[in-house]
Design a protein around this ligand. Structure first.
Ligand SMILES: Cc1cc2nc3c(=O)[nH]c(=O)nc-3n(C[C@H](O)[C@H](O)[C@H](O)COP(=O)(O)O)c2cc1C
Length: 314
């Protein structure tokens, strides 16, 4: 409720999925949701995205695989996860018992067939609101080219995934890689082949070297940069994508406060995801929801959905 007693309507709808507010916990930073249950009131969030799921369990990269940077962090977790079958058997039944929570499954593979197998398996699992396709993954059948950085690979994996997601009537959100020349072009390709929404950005390829040891700070040498350091680039990319497509845009990259979320909404996002901030403060997502409501009341915003694309240029 607002300070004057009138509630701000924080609800948004993304590709037919109604969210009580636009704040979503980002994949890879919120476990499978269950790990945060005792810390965050999951039902206060718009939704959460589970750790990326692959066909087989993956151990990930050897340590060191996380390092703090100025205003951000580098990670090369290597997509460690329990695999889709263990998720369905060990995590989803518990998530399904929780009331008023929206679960989004993040999907990846090293070939088109692997993406398809994960979605086929998830289609049999109840209580999943949508799929988020992580296309920032190397295609081992194409010499390690990343799906999300090549138009034809992106079109193929999104088109095939969409046809399978449709069988379970689940919307497909395509999570775009920022490591491209034109992210707007990639978003348009995803839209043309059936994406119901796009989310952006994933991490930026980066690296750090310890001058004393002359060794890379991350065992994989290169890693993904996230956190406040990337926010201005992510806002620019969200704005470009929102101008280029008609489907909803979910923005992320360095959101740590309610004002950051507002910035992404004004750039054209309909909802936002919060990632790295949960490492600094595990309650960050819930706090951002509270502060966002307060911000809307203070700024006399009756419907948060009205902020989308509301930047006043010039
Ligand atoms: C440790 C870590 C693990 C991540 N794992 C995944 C993942 O499994 N799938 C995915 O799509 N994105 C993954 N991401 C990317 C985040 O979801 C998000 O796109 C990115 O970190 C930018 O948002 P942020 O600056 O708020 O963290 C991961 C990020 C971090 C920091």
């Amino acid at each position: 409720m607002s300070e004057r007693g009138a509630a701000t309507d924080l609800g948004v709808t993304i590709a037919g999925v109604a969210l009580k507010n636009p704040v979503i916990a980002a994949s890879g930073t919120f476990g499978y949701g269950v790990e945060f249950e005792d810390i965050v009131s999951l039902d206060r969030l718009g939704a959460f995205v589970v750790k990326g799921l692959s066909r087989e369990p993956m151990a990930g990269n050897p340590p060191p695989r996380v390092v703090e940077t100025a205003a951000g962090m580098l990670n090369s977790i290597g997509l460690q996860n329990i695999g889709v079958r263990a998720f369905l058997e060990e995590k989803l039944p518990h998530l399904n018992k929780l009331r008023n929570v929206v679960v989004i499954a993040n999907v990846f593979g090293h070939s088109r067939e692997e993406y398809e197998d994960v979605i086929r398996a998830l289609n049999d699992g109840p209580g999943i609101a949508a799929y988020e396709l992580n296309v920032s993954c190397p295609n081992t059948k194409c010499g390690g080219l990343s799906f999300g950085t090549h138009v034809h690979l992106l079109a193929e994996v999104v088109g095939c995934s969409k046809r399978l997601a449709e069988r379970a009537s689940r919307p497909l959100i395509v999570k775009l890689s920022p490591n491209v020349t034109s992210i707007a072009e990639m978003a348009s390709v995803a839209e043309q082949v059936g994406a119901d929404a796009v989310s952006l950005v994933n991490t930026f390829v980066a690296m750090a070297i310890d001058p004393e040891t002359r060794k890379p700070r991350i065992s994989n040498i290169t890693a993904g940069l996230s956190g406040p350091a990337i926010k201005p680039i992510a806002v620019r990319m969200v704005w470009e994508v929102a101008e280029a497509v008609k489907i909803p845009v979910i923005g992320m990259g360095g959101i740590a406060r309610a004002e950051d979320a507002v910035e992404f909404l004004l750039a054209g996002a309909s909802a936002v995801e919060v990632g790295t901030a949960s490492f600094w403060d595990p309650r960050a997502t819930e706090q951002i929801v509270r502060d966002l409501e307060r911000w809307c009341v203070q700024h006399r915003v009756a419907r948060i959905a009205d902020l989308t694309g509301g930047m006043i240029a010039g």
